[in-house]
Design a protein around this ligand. Structure first.
Ligand code: SF4
Ligand code: SF4
Length: 383
């Protein structure tokens, strides 16, 4: 993810990063984890495929029923113990809808009591006043509300109406003392609505939102055109509204684009921002994050389900992630050396590293050029 707001406040963020540089994973504030010097990856854990919504744009393979072979409570508890033993810096719990699992609070509470930091991604439909209290009691500090479910109205995407429906859940979380933000999906269907959507987010009282791109098939040309306009809008918004945290997901070239825009007006700030982006190191797949699905399969990232590097039922996560013989993992750690095409030529590749999931899907080569990069050849060549 690229956090425009924290990057724009680069001096403050850099000072915080330095302060926490050599601390244990559980002592580093969650917003600084991506800059921290920790060995174990953050785990994005899809604990069930069961979801109470059936969104057209779901990329998680969700279904109305759980898979009969999902990790059992005992298997999940043992996995949590293992993650605690290797000091995983954070678990980000996804689904389906995680709250559909009957043992959700048993697992969350166990993770918290084992010293693990846990954040939840939910569609909010099951968050009542009581659930919000249970979320707080189980030690979850933050809930990211995915707006896709509530926003799908008669086959259309209406984020503003969705935000209205999610408002009570946000209020319950706030009253329970749990941090909360929203994730919205953008695409040609709401490009012209960015301003009223953000106004609606402001009206909920939230102080953080993340933007995720709807990618329909392989029409990357359309995505790139949309993305650039939206990112311009979001950068201007983040500059003018420093109290709101503005985050984008899936495309690390957003960081390079932000850097180039800042360099036009403030080269000093851009130079500090570049150091921070280099420290973040672009796409974290298989290096600083891994994804574990509801069957225990380990993937390089949640958007890369076709590439499995092991299964926690057969091997410990540490044996999978720290396997020095695994050629793909070794190359992912040192990815800039292997990038090809436009990403290989890019002078900013150490800040971004392209997207292997998209490159592999489009051209069959995970080190090929990221088809979604919206920077021009001139921009990727410009120092
Ligand atoms: S060319 Fe590749 S490495 Fe460079 S900014 Fe674009 S996606 Fe990132
Ligand atoms: S492989 Fe692509 S989708 Fe996965 S973390 Fe990297 S940039 Fe994001």
């Amino acid at each position: 993810m690229i956090n425009f707001s924290r990057l724009l406040k680069v001096r403050e963020t850099a000072r915080d990063v330095k302060k926490h540089h050599n601390k244990r994973a559980d002592e580093v504030p969650k917003h600084l984890i991506r800059y921290a010097n920790v060995k174990a990856p953050m785990v994005i854990w899809n604990i069930t495929r069961k979801c109470n919504f059936s969104c057209d744009m779901c990329h998680l393979g969700s279904a109305l029923e759980a898979d009969s072979d999902e990790l059992t409570t005992q298997e999940a508890l043992e996995f949590i113990d293992h993650m605690a033993s290797i000091k995983v810096p954070m678990i980000s719990v996804y689904g389906g809808e995680p709250l559909t699992r009957d043992d959700f609070f048993t697992l969350a509470g166990h993770a918290h009591n084992s010293g693990l930091r846990i954040i939840l991604s939910s569609n909010a439909a099951l968050i009542t006043e009581k659930t919000a209290r249970e979320i707080a009691e189980s030690g979850i500090s933050y809930v990211g509300i995915d707006m896709d479910g509530f926003s799908q109205i008669s086959g259309r995407m209406d984020v503003i109406a969705g935000l209205e429906k999610a408002k009570p859940a946000m209020e319950y979380l706030k009253n329970a003392g749990v941090g909360c933000g929203v994730r919205i999906t953008i695409g040609d269907f709401n490009l012209s609505q960015m301003s009223p959507i953000i106004k609606a987010i402001e009206n909920t009282g939230l102080k953080r939102f993340a933007v995720c791109q709807h990618i329909d098939g392989s029409d990357w040309k359309a995505v790139k055109k949309e993305r650039r306009k939206i990112i311009d809008y979001l950068i201007d918004y983040a500059v003018e509204n420093p109290e709101m945290e503005v985050v984008t997901e899936q495309l690390y070239d957003d960081g390079v684009y932000l850097l180039q825009r800042v360099a036009e007006s403030d080269p000093g700030l851009a130079s500090e921002m570049e150091k921070l982006l280099a420290r973040q190191g672009g796409c974290p797949a298989g290096d600083r994050i891994v994804n574990v699905d509801y069957l225990g399969n380990v993937h390089l990232c949640p958007y890369w389900q076709d590439r499995t590097i092991g299964n926690i039922r057969e091997q410990k996560l540490s044996d999978i992630c720290f396997d020095e013989e695994n050629e793909i993992l070794a190359k992912m750690k040192d990815k800039t050396q292997y990038l090809k095409g436009k990403c290989g030529r890019c002078v900013h590749k150490h800040l971004c590293r392209g997207c292997g999931a998209r490159a592999e899907e489009m051209c069959g080569d995970l080190f090929g050029a990221d088809p979604a990069c919206y920077l021009t050849e001139e921009e990727v060549a410009a120092v």
